[in-house]
Design a protein around this ligand. Structure first.
Ligand code: G3H
Ligand code: 13P
Ligand code: ZN
Length: 331
């Protein structure tokens, strides 16, 4: 049976982005696939009093089961309110690839959907995105579109190399589709391997330093669509402390490089109103689980390794909200 997001306690992203724009911060969009990640996001954003977008890819929806996921998400809002957190929470489809998937999510209580037509031709992207907007807006559900292609894996769509957003297209795209926010490509990338070592330089300590984001493109985009909410995907910093724990405990993540926190902070002060973070959450969970397995080989109760991983993820989220996105105390 179809359910409306308002009945589950979610909000769409309109008001969130308006405030983020005016306040010079970005709303965090954290991906989740399971209960522990969701608990950490809700508690981390609740404790730091940050607005939050909890987001689900189509892969996550299949993994968790779409029926269970609807109740997990509803339960997450109930848990937040019981804990006394009054921060706004949106439920968002990440990288939707069809109108049918967007409709299915809207019917199961999502307050926001992304339609990712970035791999299509420009005209096909416009046509698909406009169809999703037409449907979603009947229910006051927000829609995020994408122009430009990020390097790395975008769900089923593999982009071999980054194709930066063309600022000349954004005004026309926004006008013709009616989207509420726009994801752009300015050099971020999905996953833990955002840059090849040959694209990076090394600092005095020999640590890989990635090429800077293309703030010049972001500035141009802002000029063409003033006041419009911009989204950055692929924005994990691939936090070295967790990569190190993973590698010290039997893992093998070589040359993993992310987006430096200062550049995300700079972006958050601009028209960037939503910053997507998935890989950093995965790294935290993996690091703590690996460490626990190595230090306590006798442990086999999932609560004993998922619990500490969840607690560390909560801490990481509080730190990101406070020190990177600037969204803490904005709930
Ligand atoms: O941008 C993609 C997100 O990190 C989701 O990844 O499709 O493996 O769930 P996933
Ligand atoms: P990261 O892989 O950098 O965390 O990006 C996540 C993302 O963009 C989800 O849509
Ligand atoms: Zn993404």
């Amino acid at each position: 049976m179809a359910v409306n997001y308002r009945d589950l306690g979610f909000v769409n992203t309109k008001e969130m982005f308006k405030k983020a724009f005016a306040g010079g911060y970005a709303v965090p969009a954290y991906n989740f696939n399971n209960m522990e990640q969701l608990q950490a996001i809700i508690n981390g954003c609740g404790r730091s009093n940050s607005p939050v977008i909890i987001q689900v890819s189509s892969g996550a929806r299949k993994y968790a089961d779409q029926t269970l996921l609807r109740y997990l998400a509803e339960g997450a809002v109930a848990m937040a309110r019981k804990a006394g957190y009054n921060n706004p929470i949106a439920l968002h489809l990440d990288h939707g690839d069809s109108l049918e998937l967007c409709i299915s999510c809207i019917e199961s209580g999502f307050s926001s959907v992304m339609i990712d037509g970035s791999h299509l031709s420009y005209d096909e992207n416009v046509a698909l995105t406009a169809k999703v907007v037409e449907y979603a807006h009947k229910f006051d559900v927000s829609v995020e579109g994408e122009l430009g292609v990020l390097a790395g894996i975008e769900d089923d769509v593999e982009a071999a190399k980054s194709i930066y957003t063309d600022p000349d297209q954004v005004e026309d795209f926004v006008r013709r589709t009616g989207v509420d926010s726009l994801a752009i490509s300015i050099g971020t990338s999905h996953g833990a391997y955002k840059f090849k070592p040959e694209q990076c330089t090394r600092n005095a300590k020999g640590v890989l330093v990635p090429p800077p984001l293309r703030f010049d493109i972001l500035d141009e985009v802002e000029k063409r669509i003033p006041g419009f909410a911009i989204v950055l995907h692929g924005s994990s910093s691939v936090l070295p402390e967790y990569v190190e724990i993973i590698n010290q405990n039997g893992g093998k993540l070589e040359a993993a490089v992310g987006i430096p926190a200062e550049q995300l902070r700079q972006a958050a002060k601009s028209a960037v109103c939503k910053i997507n973070i998935d890989s950093d959450g995965r790294l935290v969970m993996t690091a703590i689980i690996r460490k626990t397995f190595c230090e306590k080989p006798q442990e086999f109760d999932p609560r004993k390794y998922l619990g500490p991983a969840r607690d560390e993820l909560t801490r990481m989220i509080i730190d990101k909200n406070k020190n990177v996105l600037g969204s803490a105390d904005q709930g």
